[in-house]
Ligand binder design. Structure first.
Ligand SMILES: [Zn+2]
Length: 392
C-alpha cells in the first residue's frame, strides 16, 4: 500500500445544511452509486483472468460529467482502479464497507476432541479462526443467528474436521489442506480453505512430534469483519486522492524539505491532471474528484466480487436510511441495514423488509419523484418545521 488515508486538516466551520439539503445530497449519492454500479459491472465482468490495461488511455471528461471507472490493473489477487467524477464521502464509504461489511466465511466454533500438541487449545483455535476460507456462494448460507436451528446446521454452517496423528520419527506439519470439509454444503466452493501456494498446502496450523495428535471439529460460519477481523475479505484497501496534494489536505511531516523527503508518484499525479505549476494559485473551490483504489483479496473472494459486494452493501444501507426518513418499514429496531448495525443488537439483522430495497434499485414511487416526493417528508419530519414540499 502506498499511502494510507491522508490526514485531514481541520475544515473551516460551516453551518449545518438544513435537512432538505441533506436529504437531497443523500439522494444524489444514491443515484451516483447506482451509476457506479453499472460502470463497475460493465468493467469487471472477467477480472478473474489476469490482464493489464495500464497502457490503454480511454477518453474521459475531466471537467465533471458522468462517473466513470477505469481499471489500471486487475488480476485474481488485486484490482487497482480509479473512480472519476465521484465525491469523497461516497468513495470513502465504499472503502469502509469493503473493509468491514462484506459477508465471508471463517471458523467460529471449535470442538476439541484431542490435542496433545505443544500448543494450547486456545492457541490452535485462534489459528484456525484466521485461516481464510472460500466465500464464493456465501449468500446461499444464513447467518447462524437468523437460522432456526440450535447451534449450527447445514443451512448456516460448514463443518471442517482436522484429525492428524504423528506416528513417524519426523516432525509432522499440519496444514489447512488437512481440514476435511463435510458434505451437505449448499455449494461446492463455500468453506474450502484458501490454498494458493505452489505446494498446495495452505496455511500452517501446528507441528506434531511422534505420538502427538490433534482432533478438532471446526464450525465455519458466515459473518462480517465488523464483528471480527477474521471475516475481512480484503487484506488491505489502498485509497488515495489528490496525489500531488494540490488541495493541501495532507500536512507532510519533514525534517528539512518535504519535496526532498517524500516520494512522488508521477503515474498517479499524471492520471490526476498533472503536477501543479510553481506559480499556480490555490483554488479554494477545488474538491477531490478522482479516487485511486487498490483492493487486495485474502483469497476468499475475487477482488471484483469484493468491489461489487461493497457497492451492493452500501446501496442496502442507503436504502435503509431512505426508508427510515420516509417513515416506512418496521421502525429503526427492525430495519435491515445490510450489516450496519451491531450483530447482537436486537437479536441481529432480523428479517429483511422488502420495501426497503425497492427504492434505490427500482426507483418506484417512494423517493424518486413519485407521488410521495411532492409531499416532502410527510412522516418523520412532518410538514411542519421545514415548510412545504421540497422543490426537487
Ligand atoms: Zn442453522
Amino acid at each position: 500500500m502506498s499511502r494510507s488515508q491522508p490526514h485531514h486538516s481541520p475544515a473551516p466551520s460551516r453551518p449545518h445544511p438544513p435537512p432538505s439539503d441533506a436529504h437531497r445530497s443523500l439522494c444524489a449519492n444514491t443515484s451516483a452509486i447506482r451509476s457506479t454500479v453499472k460502470h463497475l459491472r460493465d468493467q469487471t465482468v472477467s477480472l478473474a483472468k489476469p490482464r493489464s490495461r495500464s497502457t490503454r488511455m480511454d477518453p474521459y471528461d475531466v471537467e465533471g460529467g458522468a462517473i466513470n471507472v477505469r481499471f489500471l490493473h486487475a488480476d485474481s489477487v488485486r484490482a487497482h482502479f480509479i473512480i472519476q467524477n465521484f465525491n469523497l464521502e461516497t468513495a470513502n464509504a465504499l472503502r469502509r464497507v469493503m473493509l468491514a461489511e462484506i459477508p465471508t466465511m471463517a471458523i467460529d466454533v471449535v470442538e476439541v476432541m484431542d490435542n496433545t500438541s505443544v500448543l494450547a487449545d486456545e492457541f490452535v483455535c485462534h489459528r484456525l479462526g484466521l485461516i481464510p476460507l472460500i466465500a464464493k456462494g456465501v449468500e446461499d448460507l444464513l447467518y447462524s443467528r437468523d437460522c432456526d436451528c440450535e447451534g449450527y446446521c447445514e443451512q448456516c454452517a460448514v463443518v471442517l474436521t482436522l484429525n492428524a496423528k504423528c506416528t513417524g520419527r519426523d516432525i509432522m506439519k499440519v496444514f489447512a489442506r488437512d481440514l476435511v470439509v463435510s458434505a451437505g454444503r449448499p455449494n461446492e466452493d463455500v468453506g474450502n480453505p484458501v490454498i494458493v501456494d505452489p505446494e498446495r498446502q495452505g496455511s500452517s496450523i501446528v507441528k506434531l512430534r511422534k505420538g502427538q495428535a490433534i482432533h478438532m471439529r471446526c464450525i465455519a460460519k458466515k459473518g462480517i469483519a465488523k464483528e471480527h477481523a477474521k471475516w475481512a475479505p480484503s487484506a488491505a484497501i489502498g485509497f488515495e486522492y489528490d496525489p500531488a496534494n494540490k488541495l493541501h489536505h495532507l500536512d507532510y511531516w519533514y525534517e528539512d524539505d518535504p519535496k526532498e523527503e517524500w516520494p512522488v508518484d508521477h503515474d498517479r499525479i499524471n492520471l490526476d491532471g498533472g503536477a501543479p505549476t510553481e506559480d499556480e494559485a490555490f483554488n479554494y473551490d477545488a474538491v477531490p474528484s478522482r479516487f485511486f483504489f487498490d483492493v487486495e483479496t485474502v483469497g476468499g473472494l475475487d477482488p471484483d466480487q469484493i468491489v461489487a459486494e461493497g457497492i451492493k452493501t452500501l446501496q442496502r444501507k442507503l436504502a435503509g436510511v431512505i426508508q427510515q426518513l420516509q417513515g416506512g418499514g418496521d421502525g429503526a429496531d427492525g430495519a435491515d441495514f445490510g450489516g450496519a448495525q451491531s450483530p447482537t443488537l436486537n437479536g441481529g439483522y432480523g428479517a429483511a423488509p422488502d420495501q426497503g430495497y425497492t427504492t434505490p434499485y427500482g426507483g418506484n414511487a417512494s423517493v424518486w419523484g413519485g407521488a410521495n416526493a411532492a409531499a416532502g417528508g410527510t412522516t418523520p419530519y412532518g410538514a411542519t418545521p421545514y415548510g412545504g414540499g421540497p422543490s426537487w
